[in-house]
Design a protein around this ligand. Structure first.
Ligand code: PPE
Length: 328
């Protein structure tokens, strides 16, 4: 079950977890008109820090824009709200779920007169695909469902309604006894998992499908590409044929919820135990998340703790937060 927290931020206010409710005629509930983010905060030597917060907030803005929603809060306001929420809930590590959606108002498919509502929830969320998935790897099935294509939806937008596609693929894979599904894009090339991007390692080269393969532009995908290059690996973005998965040396998945998860089997064909490249990247990534690697310090947005937040206590209130880290 979900680990509840004390408070949820809704449209500028902190409400009790149980009171974070909406009307049943909320537009987003009927038509999927919402966009969201999945972010994580980790314990570091300097207290809790949010991993690549700015990149996630930028993607939230991009997702909203593509669905004609004007975000009623600035990036700074959302950042501050998230800091305060984590501090007030007393969390040291958590998953962060901002949601922007069309609220209660007119019914019908034109959403433009419905209010744009915003909420942020935080909770403790353990390993997405199971604790041992990161060590032993997962078994995946190529889905009979294709990933949504730009012909009819917007792969670049992390939109709520679009997740029906992931839900169908996930249900199919779980009911067939697998841990995860791999979706092909509309052209039959490898796209991604239901909630993760995919990487293939073959003969020392690391390959991942490009933006044009209908992927979600994953933030961990970007981090892993940078880490891999910093480690001296060659990383290539190109179309990946379905058969390359079972024929590769290593395959791994990346995502905020999942982090880095090796794939040990695809369609009942063994790829093998988590390999050295995957394990090396996992190690550096874990150090980056937890503030143990100076090279990636700018990816961390430190959450001011309760005592630092009190006006007059220590730092002046205008300096409660460090500036947003610049993008890598
Ligand atoms: N593809 C999809 C479809 C996706 O949902 C995610 C994240 C990714 C790729 C990886 O993106 P990033 O987290 O920026 O590296 N999936 C989020 C939602 C998972 C959920 O079950 O909810 C997540 O990992 O937070």
């Amino acid at each position: 079950m979900l680990n509840t927290a004390d408070l949820i931020w809704m449209n500028g206010e902190f409400v009790e977890w149980e009171d974070a409710k909406v009307h049943v005629l909320t537009h987003g509930l009927h038509y999927g008109t919402g966009v969201f983010e999945g972010i994580r905060a980790y314990e570091t030597p300097d207290g809790p820090a949010i991993f690549r917060h700015l990149d996630h907030l930028e993607r939230l803005e991009a997702s909203s824009k593509l669905y004609y929603m004007d975000l009623p809060y600035s990036r700074d306001q959302l950042r501050e709200a998230t800091h305060e929420l984590i501090a007030r809930c007393g969390l040291r590590e958590c998953y962060i779920r901002p949601l922007v959606y069309r609220g209660y108002g007119p019914m019908g498919l034109n959403p433009l007169d419905n209010p744009v509502e915003v909420s942020i929830a935080v909770w403790q969320w353990g390993a997405y695909l199971g604790e041992e998935s990161k060590v032993n790897g997962v078994r995946a099935k190529t889905s009979s469902w294709r990933r949504i294509s730009p012909d009819s939806l917007i792969p670049h937008s992390k939109a709520s309604g679009q997740y029906l596609n992931s839900v169908l693929a996930k249900v199919e894979s779980v009911k067939s006894g697998y841990d995860e599904a791999i979706l092909l894009d509309d052209k039959g090339h490898v796209c991604e998992g239901t909630g993760e991007n995919v990487f293939v390692v073959k003969d020392g080269q690391i390959v991942t499908p490009p933006q044009t393969a209908s992927i979600l532009d994953g933030i961990n995908r970007k981090s892993v590409m940078q880490i891999a290059r910093d480690l001296g690996h060659e990383v290539v973005e190109r179309d990946v044929a379905r058969a390359e998965l079972p024929l590769s040396d290593e395959v791994f998945l990346t995502g905020t919820a999942a982090e880095i998860v090796p794939m040990r089997e695809i369609d009942d064909i063994e790829i093998g135990r988590p390999g050295p490249v995957t394990q090396e990247i996992q190690r550096v990534f874990d150090d980056a998340l937890h503030g143990r690697d100076e090279r990636y310090a700018e990816w961390l947005d430190h959450v001011p703790l309760a005592e630092e937040r009190r006006p007059g206590a220590g730092r002046p209130s205008t300096a409660r937060s460090t500036p947003l880290p610049s993008r890598a």
